[in-house]
Design a protein around this ligand. Sequence first.
Ligand code: SAM
Length: 471
Amino acid sequence: MSDDLELVTIEEAARIVGKTPHNIRDYIQRGRIGKYNERGERIQRAQNGHLRVSLKEIRIFLSLVEQGLEKHHRAGLHPELGFHNVPEHQRTKHVHRLHPYLGKFIPQLVEWFLARYFQPDAVILDPFMGSGTTLIQGNEMRMHTIGIDISPFNCLIARVKAAKYDVAKARAEILEIEQRVTRFSKYLTRSDEVNLSLFPEERMENLKASLLDECHSTYLRTWFAPRALLEMLYYRRLIPQYQYQDLLRVILSRAVRSSRLVPHYDLATPKAPLPVGDKYWCKKHNRYCMPIDNCITKIHAYSGDTARRIAEFDKLRSDKSITILQADSRTVDLRAALASTVIAHRPIDGIFTSPPYVGQIDYHDQHIYAYELFGFPRQDELEIGPKKKGKSKQAQQEYIQGIVTVFRNILPLVKPDGRIFVVANDRFRLYPEIAKQSGLRIVDEFHRAVTKRTEQGDDPYQETIFFMMKE
Ligand SMILES: C[S@@+](CC[C@H](N)C(=O)[O-])C[C@H]1O[C@@H](n2cnc3c(N)ncnc32)[C@H](O)[C@@H]1O
């Protein structure tokens, strides 16, 4: 470690040397410059907000580029698949941003492949649907889509994105429930904006007690400030009075996620709740911040936003079918599950999917607040390659077995010349073996630099899109 390194964040480095943050990440991925923490120690993996790079190393590297001794871009990385010029609002366009999701891919990636390898009216399957990116993008491109996911909450997010709404009615419901909870919040905080004699202290105490009676979750009682908890419980109580209940659940869940007693820089993987009212040093905002003590602020933030997003997708969506199955892709009887749909007798033209990877994410756990709030049944033990099982050799073998079982289960419904695309950051090179055991051959591999997946950390990485077909 040394002061000479001139450590800065990726964004600062990009500004100083006149490159894009993506360029700087690319230099890291290619091992041309190192990764450091704030103390100047070389690190393997950077935690959110901690990654630093050395200006000195970048300048040396760029002078080598000028002399023609180094290349600015990695050979072999597909130039179009980085999507560096696609702005954030496009990457998260319309319903793709209805709820955060760790491990989501961007719709532009799906679009790129579907446009080149499939025709409108094709039937596309995603056996690891997650929050439904393939389904929404495929529908926009006039394709029938089918998604399978083991996690009930992921299926809820996907169903809410895919649903056809009476847009005006949905908007009215969203705004009405928001208003009712706002009023509750004002009485709760004894705001002078409301006539408190209409809602005396004693009545409020009774209401609070009855709301807390409905809360059986230690998690909810621990991770939220008392005011935030009461507001979310009140919203939850009102939901059954409306038609678009799942839509309201997704808004509430998104608001609840952002109302946890966690630091701003660690919303995706918080370790422990912060004490109510305590300041902490925020690496995201570079100043002292306070954990949020209410939920209504986020309910405001996401209500109008959700109404706008579903209206936007409503204008783009096609009349092609979207089928969502909450099931284990290893064992689901897909033929039976599709029997009552408009694509019952159609073979599947292709697959576009991004499976979990060994030991990286616990997909149920990332939405623990939603499971606790709504009581959805959990199926953690059926997740393939969960983080809690680690990355050991044994975990890798189990993973291979899991993915192979999925392919063997679903491939009989795929056309003989069906095209299969699997997006994976295959750092253990497991996919050649998976392909072999599944009766697939790898036709091509596309490598892309992932600048920043929504909701993922600072660490730049690469992923491969395996193009496979049946042997
Ligand atoms: C990488 S994510 C997919 C993300 C998705 N492409 C998106 O954009 O939202 C992998 C998904 O596989 C699901 N999964 C894990 N094991 C499964 C199983 N046995 N059957 C079906 N889905 C499973 C997880 O719940 C997770 O949602």
